[in-house]
Design a protein around this ligand. Structure first.
Ligand SMILES: [Zn+2]
Length: 99
C-alpha cells in the first residue's frame, strides 16, 4: 500500500474513532477517551495534522477527550479581546482560546 493510501485510510479511521467517541462519551467515558487517544496516536504515527475541530477536543493540560456539555464548559470571555474560556471539568484547567 502506498503512503498516500495509508494516510487516507488513517484519516478515515480517525474520523470513525472520533465519531464513536462522541457517541459514547456520556455512557462510557473511559472507552470514549481511549478511542480519542487512539485517533491521536494514529495521526501522530503517520504525521497527519488533525483538523482544527478535532484538536479542540483534547484538553490542553490533561490531554483527555473533552466535549462541551459533557465534561468541559465553554464561556465567552468578557474582556475586549474576543476569546472563549474553556474549563476542563476533568482537571479543572482553564484556558483561553482567541476567536
Ligand atoms: Zn484537562
Amino acid at each position: 500500500m502506498g503512503k498516500q493510501a495509508a494516510k487516507l485510510l488513517a484519516q478515515e479511521r480517525i474520523l470513525i474513532l472520533i465519531r464513536s467517541a462522541f457517541q459514547k462519551i456520556d455512557d462510557d467515558y473511559e472507552l470514549a477517551n481511549s478511542q480519542a487517544q487512539l485517533a491521536k496516536k494514529i495521526a501522530k504515527r503517520l504525521r497527519l495534522k488533525l483538523p482544527y475541530d478535532i484538536r479542540q477536543l483534547y484538553c490542553k493540560k490533561c490531554k483527555r477527550f473533552i466535549v462541551p456539555g459533557s465534561n468541559c464548559r465553554v464561556r465567552i470571555g468578557r474582556s475586549k479581546i474576543k476569546a472563549l474560556r474553556i474549563t476542563c471539568l476533568l482537571c479543572n484547567n482553564v484556558y483561553r482560546k482567541l476567536l
